[in-house]
Design a protein around this ligand. Structure first.
Ligand SMILES: C[S@@+](CC[C@H](N)C(=O)[O-])C[C@H]1O[C@@H](n2cnc3c(N)ncnc32)[C@H](O)[C@@H]1O
Length: 364
């Protein structure tokens, strides 16, 4: 039975499945949009947390049950060997992720599950667990998908897409998982040159360098390292091995933006990420674009710079783009209709943020 649950940005499922296979050597299964499952070990959990660039969170499944009424959910919790899953001096929280039509709320399930966890632990140990909703040591995730309930431990904590290097938050900053997916879809290889001509806070450029140089996700404190049932010394050795695989190869990755403030932010982020910045101030409709791979996330709306409308910016950019030599261009946009279909080689729809977005692959 698959015992690891992995969440990703809905729409990136296939790419994330390939990434999971690359990291663990095992084949994941598709469960729901944005949710994948894997039959694996705690070693896999550690590898996924440190290496997964398109993954948001990794969970360790404890139980799965079909239910008709919400009162059946505590019964599943009452079967768990909770004395092995959490120590008496550790605090916990219950956090529900619910999809489907129900006559109860997620908050209601948090309360119900929280009480069941306290009761079950007290029955097993005679001790009362402390609840901490802000900074729990252990988070129990209750996935409710229609009439199916999965109880799992959150192994990740802060979502992996919340990259540590984001010192400067661009008002239209890209989800780092989506930026990473765009780099992969560009089929860039480290010997080639890559540019993001509207780089904003530099997310795509930084993601490309982190990926090529095998730099793991930096998070001080993955909750899985607090689980009482793990072999911590063994996992710390694995972590050190992952760190040892870091490379420092020089790469041709460039970013440009018309907005100086964004570039200052991009440099700050690159510095925090520990990657060499190569950001220039320039207009994407004027700078040379002779790079093997071009990745960009143009503005979706508002008046930008000297362009009266986004439509005008897209038109000028595409005209300029096709005057240069490149192999593949990857564009993330909420306005795919502004790019003629004849230019689009592939389209992937993603659900990240408030607007539905598309990643478009352009080839000459
Ligand atoms: C959606 S944001 C990009 C966000 C970026 N992907 C990130 O993660 O921070 C679009 C960017 O395009 C830039 N931009 C708009 N028109 C431009 C132009 N003509 N040339 C270069 N950059 C431009 C804006 O300044 C803005 O930073």
């Amino acid at each position: 039975m698959a015992n690891i649950i992995i969440t990703t940005v809905p729409g990136l499922d296939k790419l994330a499945m390939r990434e999971i296979k690359d990291i663990t050597g095992k084949d994941p299964e598709y469960a729901h949009k944005g949710m994948l499952r894997l039959d694996g070990e705690m070693d896999d959990v550690l590898h996924l947390n440190y290496r997964g660039k398109m993954l948001q969170k990794v969970f360790w499944q404890l139980a799965e049950a079909h239910f008709e009424k919400k009162d059946e959910i505590p019964e599943t919790i009452h079967q768990l060997p909770l004395n092995e899953l959490i120590k008496e001096d550790q605090s916990f929280a219950a956090d529900t992720d619910r999809h489907g039509e129900h006559d109860f709320t997620s908050t209601g399930i948090n309360r119900l599950a929280g009480e069941a966890i306290i009761n079950r632990f007290r029955n097993l140990t005679g001790k009362r667990l402390a609840v901490n909703l802000d900074k729990p040591d252990i988070t129990f995730r209750i996935f409710i998908r229609h009439q199916q309930c999965i109880i799992a431990l959150d192994t990740t904590g802060t979502g992996l897409h919340m990259r540590h290097y984001r010192r400067y938050l661009h008002p239209a900053g890209l989800n780092a998982c989506v930026a990473n997916a765009m780099v992969r879809l560009s089929e860039w290889t480290p010997g080639e040159s890559l540019i993001d001509p509207m780089c904003g806070s530099g997310t795509t450029c930084i993601e490309a360098i982190l990926m090529a140089n095998r730099i793991p996700n930096e998070q001080k404190d993955f909750p899985c390292l607090r689980f009482p049932f793990i072999d911590k010394a063994h996992l710390m050795k694995l972590k050190a091995k992952i760190e040892d695989e870091k490379l420092d190869q020089p790469l041709s990755v460039f970013g440009a933006d018309i907005d100086r403030k964004a570039l200052i932010g991009a440099r700050k982020n690159a510095e925090k990420a520990g990657v060499p910045p190569d950001f220039i101030e320039g207009d994407a409709t004027k700078i040379p674009l002779d790079h093997d791979r071009i990745i960009l996330n143009p503005p979706f709306g508002l008046r930008m710079g000297s362009y009266r409308t986004v439509e005008e910016l897209y038109e000028k950019f595409l005209e300029h783009l096709f005057q240069h030599n490149w192999k593949r261009t990857v564009i993330l946009t909420a306005r795919p209709y502004l790019i003629p279909e004849t230019l689009v080689h592939q389209r992937i729809n993603v659900e990240s943020g408030k607007l539905p977005m598309s990643i478009l692959l352009l080839e000459k």
